[in-house]
Each structure stands twice: as structure tokens, then as C-alpha cells.
Design a binder for this molecule. Sequence first.
Ligand SMILES: CC(C)(COP(=O)(O)OP(=O)(O)OC[C@H]1O[C@@H](n2cnc3c(N)ncnc32)[C@H](O)[C@@H]1OP(=O)(O)O)[C@@H](O)C(=O)NCCC(=O)NCCS
Length: 381
Amino acid sequence: MSTQENPLIPGLAGVPACESAISYIDGNIGVLEYRGYPIADLAANSTFEEVTFLLWNGRLPNVAELEELTASLAAKRQVPDAILDIIRSLPKDGHPMDALQACVSALGMFNADNRAWKDKEKAHEMCLEMVAVLPTLTAAFDRVRRGLEIIAPDPTASTAANFLYMVNGEMPDELAARVLDVALILHADHTMNASTFTARVVASTESDPYSVISAAIGSLSGPLHGGANERVLDSLAEIPSAEAVPAWLDAKFAAGGKVMGFGHRVYKVKDPRAINLQDLVHQVFEKLGSTPIYDVALALENGMRERVGDKGIWPNVDFFSGIVYQKLGIATDNFTPVFAISRVSGWLAHWREQMENNRLFRPGQIYVGTHGHEYVPISER
Ligand SMILES: CC(C)(COP(=O)(O)OP(=O)(O)OC[C@H]1O[C@@H](n2cnc3c(N)ncnc32)[C@H](O)[C@@H]1OP(=O)(O)O)[C@@H](O)C(=O)NCCC(=O)NCCS
């Protein structure tokens, strides 16, 4: 229900929540830009570290600036031993996003300065730490739950290569490292999505940045947001062959279910990130061989185009990312943590922007309850 002056817009669809200069989307023609740079150019030419600088500073770095950021991130990858002990004590069958959220929260307590973020230098150190440690935390939990030794980060490798090294125990080849690097570029920011909005809402209370990021991780974990990528692979694994796709779709639609990896609140055409990721799929398959799951994915894309293409329901970023990650040896339930490893750069860019001109988020509501009840003592109810 809504009033005439203030109509309720479910999900706040399209309602501006802030002014931002970080990223831009035109969902009707499939445009995504970070700080004015088209995503395809960044995917072709940039690195995750450079994109992090761009998102935080609003411009591309020069050589010295990029070297400094890269070295600072590499130097901050180690986490306190007490955090590794926490990781060892977490349930091994728990979800890695829950582990990541818990660890980021705990990490804040190990930084005596966590509430001193109004000091710009300290704030910058905290931002660097969070971008640096998310891969370490994700890989450590993954190793521990598999009964393997935790691998210490390698400060000489890029964020992407080091993550694959810490997960798989060997340094990836150039292609695998570049493919993950591009995937990290593609996921780093995306205007006012649910987790970024969460980050800004928590930031607006002047909470510390660790709370901001752990809240955003919680938001990202939902299946309608970042959690969709692992469910895409679950769906693809459920379908035995490309020929079985029409019957699977018939059953899905008859049950009123949504097909994971399709549809987007903003894009009404194919998500530009899905186009880039599909390109990565081709590169990885050329080198490592194709998987039957890709034929199923293409048949699913065709089937969805026929059924709901006219409603603007197209593949989103999550549709092809899982296929790429699987080929890189990343476990299905680590797909969303990989999303977080990238998106943390965007969340922190929004945290900085929010704090430059902060106003506490405090939206209204439309009350639909009742009034005037008389309190009845419990003994008389
Ligand atoms: C992302 C998502 C929540 C956007 O939802 P939204 O903007 O609220 O769009 P709606 O749910 O209103 O969908 C509009 C119509 O398209 C249909 N639709 C949307 N996404 C669909 C999907 N993935 N599969 C099948 N039908 C879909 C809806 O059923 C609805 O049909 P109707 O008009 O006949 O009722 C939604 O598309 C979804 O749940 N997708 C699957 C999860 C996913 O991949 N999330 C990752 C996003 S990056």
C-alpha cells in the first residue's frame, strides 16, 4: 500500500540513494563504466590493482603510484595468527561467505585503530588491509576445510595469481592468472546494488570500515545477489545435456522458479560483463579444453532468449563466471567469496565517497498496521 504523495516503490527500484561518481550503467544499451572508463577497455588493458586505484582516486595511476599500491597490498596479505586460529575453529561444512564475514568482523578487533578511521592515513591503511586479506581469508578457510595446510601469501604475485596459489598450492600459469584478474576487474563495482547500498547505509552510521565490509559481505551472500553464481553451476549440473534444456526450462517455468544467472534490475540487454566473461570462457577452453557444461549453458541462453528475451531477461554477470572459476580449480561455494574479493574495492570506494558528504540513512515507511489496542495482562490473554 502507498500514499498518493509518497508512492511505495518496492525494492526502491530506480530510486536514487546518493550522488556518486564511481561507476555508471546504461542498462538499456549495456554500458558499464568505472570513473568514465568503459568496462571492456579496462578488461582488455588494466589490472585489478590498477582498477582499485581508479575506483578510489577517480583517475588512472602513474607507474610509481601503481607500484606503490601494488606493493602496499602485497605487504598486507598476512593475517594475524589469531585469525587463522579462528578459521581453524569454524565448522568445516559452513559456507565460505559466512567464514569471510566472521573473519572480517574479527579482524577489525585486531586493529586498535579500527575506530580511528576519520584519520585519513589510518583509513587508507584499513582499506588496503581489507583488499589485501580477503583472498588470504578465503584461501585459508578453503585449505583448512579440505584438511590441508594453509599456504602463506606470496608477496611477489598479483592479487589474482596469489589467490590461485594460496588455494591450489601452485602458482597458476599466465593465462589462469590473467583470466582471474579480468574477472576481478569486471566485478569491482556496479553502482547502487544491494551490497553497495548496504555498505553505504552502515557507513552512514559512522560505523568502522570493518563493520561496513562485513555487512556488505552478508548482503552479497544472498542468492538474488552474489550468491547466484554458485547456483548457476548447480542448475547447469542438474541438466544432463543440451537436448534436455527445453524440458528442464518447461518444468522450471511451470513451477514459477527463476533461472539463476538471468535477469537484472538494471540491464535490459545482455550484461556487458557477461559478454567479457564469455570471452574468457573461450580463452580458457581453448587452452584447457571445453566442458560439456558450456554446451548446456549455451542451450540455456537460447531457451531463455525464446521464452523471456522480450521481457529484457538476459544473462547477467553470474551466468558465465562460475564456468570460468570452475576451470581455474575454484570450488563452487567459493565463487561468491571471489566476487567479494573484487567488490571490496568498490565497497571501499563508496565508503570513502559516503564519508566525504555523509548523512545518516533513515528512510520512511508506509505503516500498514493497526492502532489503539488496549494492553491486556498476560494472565488474561
Ligand atoms: C536479478 C533479479 C532479482 C531482478 O529482479 P527484478 O528486477 O525484480 O525483476 P522481476 O523479478 O520483477 O522480473 C520481471 C519479470 O521477468 C521474470 N524473470 C526475471 N528474472 C527471471 C529469471 N532469472 N528467470 C525467469 N524469469 C525471470 C519475472 O518472473 C517477471 O515476470 P512477470 O513479469 O511475468 O512476473 C531477478 O532477475 C532474479 O531473481 N534473477 C535470478 C537471480 C540472479 O541471477 N541474480 C544475480 C543478479 S546479478
